[in-house]
Design a protein. Structure first.
Length: 242
């Protein structure tokens, strides 16, 4: 399995090229580095025209959440499958130029769920459900070395994707932060201490570590009305050194 190591700013054009030829793509990366935010940004910025993103967290699903639920058709006396409501219907897809089906945490899903996703990704259908033609598939997950809960993907499923390993880069994050109104104190601090943007070490047992996502949480807290009151400045200083 060939995997490209790519800076965040270079991931987007690779994704767009893959989507134009309807090639599923898998984004690998450590937790909290902004994989889902990157995909949502592509949709929100109109890169795919009038588009919709459907975010499905496969680690939280059961196989029937993808395949649907079996029921007896009283007219034919045969078993049929009710399609899951989370997957886009043809009517919904017809309302958009493109629909991005984002299969997050795919490799954190148990093998039974991955087996259900296998048919959806490879054949664009599962049970009696067929993906509309304008639906594009993107998946994401953490690497086995990230200490998260992961299961090895079946080789045929892995082979269906184009694989990208998304790296963390301060300049890329800084531009994103400016464009997304991240609190200036967060941007200013990290401009001084770039190494604190991401300090995840899978070899340690620490439960707390800095990631682009955690700095966004810090920014949200700093942006709360009244946080700049004198009584809260000490809290602000503590947040910036977490």
């Amino acid at each position: 399995m060939e995997t490209l190591n790519v800076r965040a700013k270079n991931v987007k054009p690779i994704i767009l090229r893959a989507l134009k030829v309807n090639r599923p793509i898998f984004i690998w990366g450590a937790p909290g580095i902004g994989k889902s935010e990157l995909v949502q940004g592509i949709v929100d910025q109109g890169e795919l025209g009038n588009a919709l993103m459907i975010d499905m967290r496969l680690a939280l699903l059961e196989p029937t959440d993808l395949r649907g639920y079996p029921f007896r058709n009283p007219e034919t006396n045969t078993m049929e499958w009710s399609p899951p409501s989370d997957l886009p219907s043809q009517d919904l897809a017809d309302s958009y130029d493109n629909v991005v089906l984002f299969l997050d945490e795919l490799n954190s899903a148990p093998p039974s769920v991955q087996a259900a996703a296998y048919q959806l990704v490879l054949n664009r259908r599962i049970g009696q459900y067929n993906l509309p033609d304008n639906v594009r598939i993107i998946a994401a997950g953490n690497r086995e070395t990230d200490r998260g809960v992961t299961f090895r993907m079946p080789s045929p499923l892995a082979n269906r994707f184009r694989h990208i390993n998304m790296d963390v880069n301060f300049e890329d994050w800084q531009q994103w932060a400016i464009n997304n109104d991240v609190h200036p104190d967060v941007i200013g601090y990290l401009s001084f201490a770039k190494q604190d943007l991401f300090n995840f070490d899978p070899k340690t047992s620490s439960q707390a570590f800095a990631t682009p996502r955690s700095w966004t949480f810090t920014s949200d807290i700093l942006n709360v009305d009244g946080f700049e009151d004198a009584s809260a400045r000490e809290q602000k200083a503590e947040l910036l050194v977490l």
